[in-house]
Design a protein around this ligand. Structure first.
Ligand code: KIV
Length: 276
């Protein structure tokens, strides 16, 4: 059923600078993925702060085993669809695999996702030198950037699977250095995925920019989940860091509202969703 976002109560649009204010004020940021206009409208009605068009769409929408087959055209198509369902919720879109292989390609991808599809910011994985250059170049051209560290899915083959990152002291120290580097390069926020709770807390405290966790513990400035995981419709086993918010509730709207409430109150993630 189509839900007209115009029927939702008016809400002040969430901006990129608002997210830093929310961190400073200790207000948790609620982020959730969306891939189409109908679900985007559900996020809008629930007052979700940030919608992420993740390249996770390759897995949960297209049925691939990894995010690697997702192309820039796919991302532009889904981002434009999500943009049509939103009004106040901030929209961030992923730079897909290899669209950030050099600064020129990253700028081209950012221009399409923001200029053509309607995102307000783009997300980019890693902290390699060419990624730091791309972050600086995007920000210089007024495209805000969300960095992404930890279990970055585009590096699945290098990691040897979807494995928790930063468990060893040396790896944790390196990830903190990378987080400081993406911040220094100009990133406006950071998604931190699949790391021990203690490292999530350490990085969140060390950064001025907001840190949004997914499997990174309760101390992050906000949380993000893949919507299919939190509605319990992802085929196979639900990831440990997620929770089925539809279980025991009678609608998608109620599930999304419960997720937002639990993130804002700090009830989610609970210890069973976290890693040591
Ligand atoms: O692609 C995606 O949905 C993501 C989130 C899991 C953070 O990157």
């Amino acid at each position: 059923m189509y839900v007209d976002p115009a029927s939702a109560p008016a809400r002040k649009p969430v901006t990129v600078p608002d997210l830093r204010t929310m961190k400073a004020e200790g207000r948790k940021i609620v982020m959730l993925t969306a891939y189409d206009s109908s679900f985007a409208a559900q996020l809008e009605r629930a007052g979700i702060d940030v919608a992420l068009v993740g390249d996770s769409l390759g897995m949960v929408v297209q049925g691939h085993r990894t995010t690697l087959p997702v192309t820039l055209d796919h991302m532009v198509y889904h981002t434009a669809a999500v943009a049509r369902g939103l009004s106040a919720t901030l929209l961030i879109a992923d730079l897909p695999f290899m669209s950030d292989r050099d600064t020129a390609h990253a700028l081209e991808a950012g221009a399409r996702l923001v200029g053509e599809a309607g995102a307000a910011a783009v997300k980019i994985e890693g902290a390699a030198p060419h990624i730091l250059d791309a972050i600086g170049a995007l920000v210089d051209r007024s495209i805000p950037v969300c960095a992404h560290l930890g279990l970055t899915p585009q590096s699945v083959h290098r990691f040897g699977g979807f494995k928790i990152q930063g468990r060893a002291q040396e790896a944790a120290d390196r990830m903190l250095a990378e987080a400081l580097a993406v911040q220094a390069a100009g990133a406006d926020l950071l998604v931190l995925e699949g790391v021990p709770t203690a490292l999530g807390e350490r990085i969140t405290k060390a950064l001025q920019i907001p840190v949004i966790g997914i499997g990174a513990g309760p101390h992050c400035d906000g949380q993000v989940l893949v919507i299919h995981d939190m509605l319990g419709v992802t085929p196979g086993k639900r990831p440990k860091f997620s929770k089925d918010f539809l279980a025991g509730r009678d609608s998608v709207a109620a599930a999304i509202a419960a997720y937002a409430e639990d993130v804002r109150s700090g009830a989610f993630p609970a210890p069973e969703h976290c890693f040591n």
